[in-house]
Design a protein around this ligand. Structure first.
Ligand SMILES: *[C@@H]1O[C@H](CO)[C@@H](O)[C@H](O)[C@H]1NC(C)=O
Ligand SMILES: *[C@@H]1O[C@H](CO)[C@@H](O)[C@H](O)[C@H]1NC(C)=O
Ligand SMILES: *[C@@H]1O[C@H](CO)[C@@H](O)[C@H](O)[C@H]1NC(C)=O
Ligand SMILES: *[C@@H]1O[C@H](CO)[C@@H](O)[C@H](O)[C@H]1NC(C)=O
Ligand SMILES: *[C@@H]1O[C@H](CO)[C@@H](O)[C@H](O)[C@H]1NC(C)=O
Ligand SMILES: *[C@@H]1O[C@H](CO)[C@@H](O)[C@H](O)[C@H]1NC(C)=O
Ligand SMILES: *[C@@H]1O[C@H](CO)[C@@H](O)[C@H](O)[C@H]1NC(C)=O
Ligand SMILES: *[C@@H]1O[C@H](CO)[C@@H](O)[C@H](O)[C@H]1NC(C)=O
Length: 583
């Protein structure tokens, strides 16, 4: 008993060291990584059975693949890359559906992304295919090197990730009948991804023509953008208009006061939100982005009880009356937003005896930003000695993703340019985040990084992608839409070779079967995709590009045969409490 308590305490401590916010971000001014939503297992899921009635291993059975550490130097050998697989729907000749959930520990993704609770399983079911979930290098327990130091992360590039997909497809021996006879020269492979991995789907098909027979990119953020202030645009347009108007009014006011010299007025605003002790005004104003970031958690299946809508209700519903489209105006909105943070429990859940008070804003269904740390510790971004900047242990997806952000893609979520309406403070600009690249990777960035946006968009084509057999699925309300091929004003034509379909969904909504049951526009996207897959796969012929031939795996002698379940490598303590909750 005593030992269990000690173990739990150390687990909590390990995670707290690099995650300060309640939702696991390093601090409360750190954006949410894009991310594929986790789809939970069917609560009534029985044993998985193949088409001929044979019972198969459960979806969550972990397999290991010997992946090259460095595709530029195969002599460095291999590491264990985790994957999950099922041949529930497979018939000889069927395709192999491959997806990586991208920038996250992939444990817990198999139940949804191998089954027909997602588009992956729907494609597999329609086409008699088998399905794979592959953990991306440097996330979870799939690490070429067992730490996340800058030196090791030199192997964490978009190209290495693309090369991983190719090497995996050409060399894996799948744990299914004829599992050594389904490489891309012999069977069609379909690459599926969402968000970053949706972009990776497009980038891979640009970079490795002919390797994949077809692709499905959901909310694929194909274009790298440094100052991605447009992140908040779909939200500004689709949130309740009164709430949008009032948020803009409050933010414009705060920016004006914070840019002036009236310290009394400045302090009053800080205290309004319970942030009176904080040091940096950009951290204070930037922290209010959290209410807008909550939009990213919405799905068509979310229902009305979400933290985002609790926030708009708090601002817009006064004595049971809802504000008109222009909102209640600055004075009420500023005070109501402040109350939501303090008495309302958004900053920190109030202690029990406050819940018994009469305030209508106290509502336990909203999530909170900070745990038990001070506001400065939770929301401040200026202390380079914080463990979330210095801890280089593995299975820390925020760190691994930030490396990609600082080097290759940007997507920094800042205030809109002057003159354009803004839901978030203009005090936060790219320099604010690039400073943190230096805090997290001081060896790599003695100067603020020059993120190689242009290199990424040149090499992998970004919005200029024009290839065959890739299906782009996007959502009108997706905050990431303006980095996808369905960005506002871009107007890339949808063609039979490269269809582009937009539903009313949010981020990656069309990956989920449940979303299509509540939203007919998403059902239409999925039906169109299934139709394209049927056409493309029917026309598939073995290609030279898929026929790279097996590359000899230079793994150390005696390594575990590929595709067999193997004893899990020793899991670091901090990894055991991951994978709970939804992304
Ligand atoms: C980092 O970000 C993800 C969102 O992708 C979050 O769910 C996770 O818990 C975070 N923290 C850690 C320590 O992994
Ligand atoms: C795997 O899924 C089964 C149900 O199919 C469940 O009982 C088991 O706990 C899961 N194992 C892990 C490691 O999540
Ligand atoms: C998913 O597969 C199960 C079992 O084959 C089937 O009963 C169910 O109808 C399928 N769901 C969809 C949405 O196709
Ligand atoms: C899937 O397999 C079934 C049964 O063998 C067959 O009738 C059907 O044509 C196959 N579908 C495709 C798309 O190959
Ligand atoms: C049917 O089940 C048997 C027994 O597990 C297996 O060996 C065989 O490969 C299966 N065939 C197909 C087409 O799934
Ligand atoms: C400073 O702000 C306070 C509080 O808003 C206000 O009462 C005061 O008049 C302002 N002082 C000046 C010099 O504008
Ligand atoms: C709590 O918030 C939810 C979601 O906004 C709302 O439906 C519910 O009525 C609230 N409960 C109370 C007691 O205010
Ligand atoms: C005003 O805000 C409320 C609460 O979020 C919302 O239900 C309502 O639709 C909004 N009305 C308008 C006109 O924006």
């Amino acid at each position: 008993m005593f030992r269990i308590v000690v173990l739990l305490a150390s687990l909590l401590f390990a995670d707290a060291a690099r995650a300060i916010t309640a939702d696991g971000r390093p601090h409360g001014n750190f954006f949410k990584p894009p991310g594929v939503p986790r789809i939970e297992a069917d609560p009534n899921q029985g044993p998985v059975v193949s088409r001929n009635g044979t019972q198969l291993p459960p979806y969550n059975t972990t397999f290991f693949f010997d992946q090259l550490i460095d595709h530029n130097n195969p002599s460095l050998g291999t590491f264990k890359q985790r994957f999950w697989h099922t041949w529930e729907f497979y018939e000889p000749g069927g395709p192999i559906i491959l997806m990586t959930p991208g920038e996250i520990n992939a444990n817990g993704y198999a139940d949804g992304y191998l089954s027909n609770r997602t588009i992956n399983g729907q494609i597999a079911q329609q086409q008699n295919g088998s399905a794979i979930v592959l953990e991306h290098r440097f996330y979870g327990l799939s690490n070429p090197i067992d730490n996340l130091k800058s030196e090791s992360l030199k192997l964490h590039t978009l190209q290495q990730a693309i090369d991983d997909l190719e090497y995996f497809a050409k060399n894996v021996v799948l744990p299914q009948p004829n599992g050594d006879q389904v490489t891309p020269d012999k069977a069609p492979w379909v690459l599926v991804g969402g968000s970053y991995s949706g972009a990776l789907t497009s980038w891979t098909m640009v970079n490795k023509p002919g390797l994949f027979a077809a692709g499905y990119a959901s909310s694929g953020v194909v274009e790298a953008i440094l100052d991605f202030w447009q992140y908040f645009e779909p939200e500004r347009e689709h949130m309740p208009q009164n709430c949008s108007a009032d948020v803009q009014a409050v933010i414009a006011h705060i920016d004006q006061v914070f840019s002036g010299k009236n310290t009394t007025a400045i302090q009053a605003i800080k205290e309004n939100f319970g942030l009176g002790d904080m040091t940096h005004l950009d951290d204070v104003a930037g922290a209010l982005r959290n209410n807008l970031w909550d939009w990213q958690s919405l799905q068509p299946t979310s229902g009305p009880k979400t933290t985002f809508y609790a926030f708009c209700d708090a601002l817009e519903v006064k004595n049971g009356v809802s504000a008109p489209a222009k909102g209640w105006g600055l004075d009420h909105a500023l005070q109501a937003w402040g109350n939501f943070w303090t008495q309302g429990g958004y900053l920190k859940r109030r202690k029990r005896y406050f819940i018994l008070s009469t305030s209508p804003l106290i509502n336990s269904s909203i999530s909170k930003v900070c745990g038990d740390t001070s506001a400065e510790e939770c929301l401040g971004s200026y202390d380079p000695t914080q463990a979330y900047y210095t801890d280089t242990s593995i299975d820390n997806n925020n760190r691994s993703w930030f490396w990609i952000v600082c080097n290759f893609v940007g997507y920094l979520q800042e205030g809109a340019p002057a003159g354009h309406p803004s839901l978030v403070t203009r005090l936060v600009q790219p320099a604010y985040d690039l400073r943190q690249c230096q805090f997290m990777f001081p060896d790599a960035f003695p100067e603020p990084p020059k993120v190689d946006i242009r290199g990424t968009n040149t090499k992998y084509k970004g919005w200029d992608v024009r290839i065959k057999n890739i299906f782009f699925a996007n959502g009108m309300r997706d905050p990431w839409r303006d980095a996808t091929i369905s960005a506002e004003g871009l107007n890339v034509a949808s063609t039979p070779e490269q269809p582009i379909h937009v539903g009313d969904g949010f981020h990656c909504s069309d990956l989920s079967t449940a979303s299509s049951l509540v939203d007919p526009t998403i059902l239409a996207v999925q039906k169109a995709a299934l139709q394209s897959m049927a056409t493309w796969l029917a026309a598939w012929k073995p290609t030279a590009a898929g026929n790279g031939g097996r590359q000899p795996a230079p793994g150390p002698a005696g390594s575990i045969p590929q595709g067999r379940p193997a004893a899990a490598p020793v899991k670091p303590l901090s990894a055991w409490n991951k994978g709970a909750g939804t992304a």
